[in-house]
Design a protein around this ligand. Structure first.
Ligand SMILES: Cc1cc2nc3c(=O)[nH]c(=O)nc-3n(C[C@H](O)[C@H](O)[C@H](O)COP(=O)(O)O)c2cc1C
Length: 252
């Protein structure tokens, strides 16, 4: 028997409300998939106080000992991740923002290449697109491939609206599952190559204080791991990165 696909949903709502309900619908929609919902509100996740230990000296040196690493291990073990947050004040909830901050060292040293994700938000009507964009941009930099974004309006709570939302949610979720099942070979995008080159160059400028990045990048050549990159694509990426680094240096 094939192993069940494992999906982890990180839910940034402070309550088991609209966003959680949609995740429950997804969970019930396919018994062949093991969908686990992690409510950030029910976990121990402390506020980042900006000491830079994780970025500069390694995530293991973060002074906050809480559930951060457990959540990351769940994401690593899963075949796909759903980043779910209600839209509060036109962006992610404070809880989700905290999670983004506590994991932002991963955007320096990405670990989720080859993993697929989707963004999910519920809102009354305004800013859901900004929430999804925020989740997408942050976690793409950690290596995730975002298959889709799901923005659901829950303003009237009518039967028609609920029915529409459930159908739409299941439809977008199935896109994520289809991409995971297809197991396509990973090919770095131009953007990913550019980011690699920028972070590698910056790590060389900050060897002493930022040795975690320096150690991570120093033996890497064209990407985070050995992979065939078309010659011209690689050249263009290095050119774009070089231009961006020049701009950064000009600011000093
Ligand atoms: C503090 C707060 C701020 C909100 N801000 C927005 C907003 O900017 N745009 C919007 O469309 N809905 C907004 N809403 C409505 C929620 O996005 C909507 O009710 C959502 O489904 C709540 O999800 P939850 O039950 O998982 O918390 C806000 C709700 C709260 C409590």
């Amino acid at each position: 028997m094939d192993k069940k696909l494992k999906i982890i949903a990180i839910c940034g709502s402070p309550r088991r409300g609209n966003t959680y309900n949609i995740l429950e619908i997804l969970k019930q929609s396919d018994s062949e998939i093991d969908l686990k919902i992690l409510m950030l509100s029910e976990l121990n996740l402390m506020d980042c106080f900006g000491c830079y230990s994780c970025i500069n000296t390694g995530e293991e040196n973060c002074p906050l000992k809480d559930d951060r690493d457990m959540i990351i291990e769940e994401m690593k073990a899963a075949d796909g991740t759903i980043f779910a947050s209600p839209t509060y004040a036109r962006t992610v909830s404070a809880l989700m923002k905290k999670f983004v901050e506590r994991t932002s060292y991963i955007s320096h040293r990405p670990i989720f290449f080859g993993k697929h994700a989707m963004a999910l938000t519920t809102c009354a009507g305004f800013g859901g697109d900004l929430t999804c964009k925020y989740l997408n941009e942050n976690f793409t930099q950690s290596g995730f491939n975002f298959v889709t974004s799901l923005e659901l309006m829950v303003s009237t709570k009518s039967e028609t609206e609920t029915d529409y939302n459930h159908k739409k949610a299941i439809n977008e979720y199935s896109k994520l599952i289809t991409v995971i099942k297809a197991q396509e070979e990973f090919k770095p995008s131009l953007g990913q190559l550019v980011y690699f080159n920028i972070f590698k160059s910056i790590s060389e400028l900050n060897k002493v204080k930022g040795w975690a990045d320096y150690e991570f990048y120093k033996d890497k050549k064209d990407f985070y791991f050995d992979i065939n990159i078309p010659f011209m694509k690689n050249k263009i990426a290095k050119w774009i990165a070089g231009r961006e680094i020049k701009k950064m240096k000009a600011n000093k």
